[in-house]
Design a protein around this ligand. Structure first.
Ligand code: AMP
Ligand code: MG
Length: 481
C-alpha cells in the first residue's frame, strides 16, 4: 500500500488537519472487491478494513484532512462550503501507478460542518454505492465506492435512520468550487498552486504549454463535454450540478439527488428542491457550460496580467463548449441509432425519433434497447413497429445494411451504446428499502451483479427491466441526505 498526501504541500488555508470521529459498533455492509484488488488492499484483514474505513482507527501513515471549497449552489455563490461530513484520509497508488483520493463520507463533524451533523444515512450510502458502480459499468466517468460500513448510531433526517460511512475513491476531489474558494480570497499564489497541482495530477502534459492555465481550462472543458454526453446517453439526471459538485478531473461526483430518465421528457427533474428545473435532463449541457464559465473566471489572473486580455482569451473556449457538445452528442446519437454519418438526413431521423418518443411518452432506455434488438429479433421488430410506425421503415432504409455493414456489425455497435438495464428509480428505492428492512446487503448485491454488466442480458437481468407503473410521475429525490 503506497500512501501519499500531495494536498498537504498546498497552502494550509486549503484544508484542515483533523481526524474522523469514530462511529459505534462498525460493521462492514458492502465492499468493492474489484477496487480493493486494484488498490492492492485485497490482503487487508477484515478487522483492519472495518476499523480503517469506518474512520475508527487509521493506519499510522495516513494523514487525515478536510478540504475547503466554495461553490455556486443553484446559481448563488457561497464563499465557504468545504467537507462538512467527509475526511480525505490518504492518497493511494494503484497497481497501475495512478494516485487515488481515499475519502470517508459520514465520518463526523469537521471545521466546515456549519449546522450539519457530519453523518451519512445508510440509505443514501447504499444509493451512492450502487449508482457509482452502475455508472462505471455503463462507461460514465465517475468517482467510485470502496465500502459502506454501518454504525449503531441513528442519524436524524425527516426521521431517524441508521448511520453509515461510505469510502469514496476519486481521481481527486479538486472542484470548480475549490478554485472559487481561492479566487474569492483574492489569493493568486493559492490559485497558482492549485492550478499547478491540478495540472501535475490530471494533465501533466500541459506543464510545457505556452500558457498552461489556458490549456487547463480547455482540457477541463473537454472533460465536461464528454461527461455530459455520457450522462445524456444513459439518461442520468445528476440533480445538483452546483460548482462544488463539478470535479476538475471530469468524473461524476455527488449521487445525492440523482435519478434516471424514464419516460423521454427532456424537462424531467426529480430533485425536490429543483423547483424550476434548473438541473433538468435537457439543461445539463447548458449548466455545465455555465459552470465552466465560473471556472474560467477563477483562472483569469493566471492566464494574463491584463484582465481584459485574459477575458478575450477564455471567451472563445467557453463559447466553443456548445459546438463541441453538439458534435459529440451527434456522434453519440448516431451510435445509439446505428447510423453511420452525420448527414442531414440522419440528423433529422434522430430528431424525429426523439420527438416521437417525447410525444408518445416512450421509455428512453427501453426504446433504444428494443430498437437494437429489432435488428435480430422479429418479435422485437413487431413491438417497436407499433411504437415508431413509419419512422422504423425510414430508419432501416438509412442503416446502409448490406452496403457497407452487415446487420451483426450494426447490432454490435448499437448494443455498445444502449444498455439492457439501468438503475431504474423504482428499483433502487425498493432495493434500499429491502436492505434497511432486512438489515442485510443481499438485495443490493443482487442488483449490483446485474448492473455490473449493463449491456448484457444475464439470468436475473429481467427482474430489473420492468418500467414503473406510474411512469415515475410522483418520484422525488432529496439533497442533504
Ligand atoms: P452536498 O449537497 O452533499 O453537495 O453538500 C453541500 C455542502 O453541505 C457541503 O459542504 C457538505 O459537506 C455539507 N453537508 C451536507 N450534509 C452535511 C451533514 N450532514 N453535515 C455536515 N455538512 C454537510
Ligand atoms: Mg457535494
Amino acid at each position: 500500500m503506497k500512501s501519499s498526501h500531495s494536498y498537504l504541500h498546498l497552502k494550509s488555508d486549503l484544508y484542515t488537519e483533523e481526524q474522523p470521529i469514530p462511529i459505534s459498533d462498525p460493521k462492514l455492509f458492502l465492499v468493492n472487491h474489484r477496487l480493493m484488488n486494484s488498490l492492492g488492499l485485497d490482503a487487508m484483514d477484515h478487522n483492519v478494513l472495518t476499523q480503517t474505513f469506518s474512520g475508527n482507527r487509521l493506519p499510522q501513515q495516513f494523514k487525515s484532512v478536510t478540504l475547503a471549497y466554495a461553490g455556486h449552489q443553484f446559481g448563488h455563490f457561497v464563499p465557504l462550503l468545504g467537507d462538512g461530513r467527509a475526511h480525505l484520509i490518504t492518497e493511494l497508488t494503484d497497481l497501475e501507478g495512478q494516485v487515488w483520493d481515499i475519502q470517508l463520507k459520514g465520518s463526523g463533524q469537521t471545521a466546515y460542518s456549519r449546522n450539519g451533523d457530519g453523518r451519512y444515512a445508510l440509505g443514501p450510502a447504499i444509493r451512492e454505492f450502487i449508482m457509482s458502480e452502475a455508472m462505471l459499468a455503463l462507461g460514465v466517468p465517475t468517482t467510485q465506492s470502496l465500502s459502506v460500513i454501518t454504525s449503531s448510531e441513528q442519524v436524524v433526517r425527516q426521521q431517524p435512520q441508521p448511520g453509515a460511512v461510505l469510502t469514496r475513491v476519486a481521481a481527486s476531489h479538486i472542484r470548480v468550487g475549490t478554485f472559487q474558494y481561492a479566487a474569492a480570497r483574492g489569493d493568486k499564489e493559492m490559485l497558482k498552486q492549485l492550478s499547478d497541482h491540478s495540472i501535475q495530477r490530471h494533465f501533466p502534459e500541459l506543464a510545457q504549454r505556452e500558457n498552461p492555465y489556458l490549456s487547463l481550462l480547455e482540457e477541463v472543458i473537454k472533460k465536461q463535454v464528454t461527461l455530459i454526453v455520457e450522462w445524456m446517453r444513459v439518461g442520468l439526471i445528476h440533480g445538483v450540478m452546483n460548482t462544488d459538485n463539478t470535479l476538475i478531473c471530469g468524473d461524476t461526483i455527488d449521487y445525492g439527488p440523482c435519478a434516471m430518465l424514464g419516460v423521454y421528457d427532456p424537462q424531467t427533474a426529480y430533485s425536490s428542491i429543483d423547483r424550476h428545473g434548473r438541473y433538468a435532463y435537457v439543461n445539463q449541457p447548458l449548466i455545465a457550460q455555465w459552470n465552466m464559465a465560473r471556472f474560467a473566471e477563477c483562472l483569469l489572473p493566471l492566464i494574463a496580467d491584463d484582465e481584459q486580455q485574459a477575458i478575450a482569451m477564455v471567451e472563445p473556449l467557453i463559447a466553443d463548449f456548445k459546438d463541441l457538445y453538439e458534435q459529440q452528442w451527434q456522434q453519440m446519437m448516431l451510435h445509439k441509432t446505428g447510423l453511420d454519418l452525420a448527414t442531414e438526413n440522419n440528423q433529422k431521423l434522430i430528431q424525429d425519433l426523439l420527438l416521437i418518443m417525447e410525444q408518445k411518452r416512450l421509455d428512453y432506455t427501453l426504446t433504444f434497447h428494443q430498437l437494437t434488438e429489432s435488428l435480430v429479433s422479429d418479435q422485437q421488430n413487431q413491438i417497436i413497429k407499433q411504437q415508431l410506425g413509419d419512422w422504423l421503415q425510414q430508419w432501416r432504409q438509412h442503416l446502409a445494411i448490406g452496403e457497407s455493414h452487415d446487420v451483426q456489425h450494426i447490432y454490435q455497435r448499437m448494443r455498445q451504446a444502449n444498455p439492457v438495464v439501468i438503475p431504474r428509480n423504482h428499483h433502487i428505492e425498493a432495493v434500499i428499502q429491502q436492505c434497511l428492512e432486512s438489515q442485510s446487503p443481499d438485495a443490493a448485491k443482487g442488483f449490483l451483479k446485474v448492473l455490473q454488466q449493463p449491456y448484457e442480458q444475464q439470468e436475473t437481468t429481467h427482474h430489473y427491466q420492468d418500467l414503473p407503473t406510474d411512469g415515475d410521475a410522483y418520484y422525488q429525490t432529496f439533497c442533504g441526505t
